[in-house]
Write a protein that binds this ligand. Structure first.
Ligand code: R5P
Length: 297
């Protein structure tokens, strides 16, 4: 029989109204608890932002420069990533299961760089997403691309599956070579993804009018890093994007192709989470790089 707990007086605080929690992430307050909990593995609760480390490039372009040996070059970066964007193949074979932050699983694929990239299909079953304890699914959406409708259909099918089990979907707006990267296109692509139910959206930063892209998208936007830039330029881009409403970065090549990836990811964190000016973060990058060279030499 359970013990009687009459010895201590109970305190019900009848005069204190219950504290109800509002979930602060943009456009996400009506989501279910599981979705919010998974999103909290991605977006830092103090800054409200995220530094996602994107290493999924191999799903269509094979052993990308900087990703030839994930065990050697990427695993040491994991302590500095809020979230890892990765394929299930690399996750299972090379990422230590002791990594307990967010995993955003690449769930679309099909064509290689040798073929028409927009011809993707859903590439992972929702059951495997849950088995891997992923925090979100990432799917490429090719607005204006040859297989636009198919890619949008991939998005909506994953959203339906995610709704069933409480798994968020990251819509990745893919800009074809023939398309202009401007705010007008990004507004169109991001808004379509959000209207169709994407939990958050990844897009590219554009120098003119990026704030209109974030303002007209009702859910969080993170930016891809894109092609490798000089480190200071990449830090400036991250700073401007977050100033103009992005809730973080999903950065790959500008981190893992940097001369000093560990220094670069820490500098990016300073910009995104601490709102450090890019020039100051670049000083940190140089200091950490020099320290690393000394310890290696
Ligand atoms: C590309 O299709 C992948 O989804 C990458 O995750 C994405 O492009 C971000 O990586 P990067 O910063 O290298 O552009």
């Amino acid at each position: 029989m359970p013990e009687q707990d009459a010895s201590n007086p109970k305190e019900f605080y009848p005069d204190v109204p219950q504290t109800d929690v509002t979930f602060p992430l943009k456009g996400s307050n009506s989501l279910d608890w599981g979705m919010k909990n998974r999103l909290s593995n991605i977006f830092d609760s103090s800054s409200g932002k995220t530094v996602m480390l994107a290493i999924d490039h191999g799903y269509f372009q094979g052993p990308t420069t900087g990703l030839e040996r994930v065990d050697i070059n990427i695993v040491p970066l994991l302590p500095f990533a809020d979230t890892l964007m990765v394929t299930r193949g690399i996750l299972r074979s090379l990422i230590p299961p002791t990594f307990t932050r967010g995993v955003v699983l690449r769930t679309s694929g099909g064509p290689s760089i040798l073929k028409e990239l927009s011809n993707e299909q859903i590439a992972v079953d929702i059951e495997d997403v849950i088995r891997l304890n992923a925090s979100a699914m990432a799917v490429q959406v090719f607005i204006g691309g040859e297989h636009e409708s198919q890619s949008v259909h991939n998005l909506t099918r994953l959203i339906d599956a995610g709704q069933k089990y409480g798994v968020p979907v990251l819509a990745v707006t893919a800009v074809g070579r023939e398309m202009e990267r401007n705010a007008r296109y990004m507004r169109l692509a991001c808004r379509i993804c959000a209207e169709l139910g994407a939990t958050y959206v990844k897009t590219y930063y554009v120098a003119e009018g990026f704030e209109t892209v974030t303002a007209s998208c009702p859910v969080p936007i993170v930016i891809a890093g894109g092609k490798k830039l000089p480190e200071l330029e990449a830090l400036r881009m991250a700073w401007r994007a977050t100033e103009e409403g992005a809730l973080g970065v999903d950065m790959g090549r500008n981190i893992f192709q940097s001369e000093s990836p560990q220094a670069m990811i820490q500098a990016v964190r300073q910009v995104v989470h601490k709102r450090e000016r890019p020039e100051h973060a670049f000083d940190l990058y140089r200091t950490l790089t020099a320290e690393q060279q000394v310890s290696v030499g």
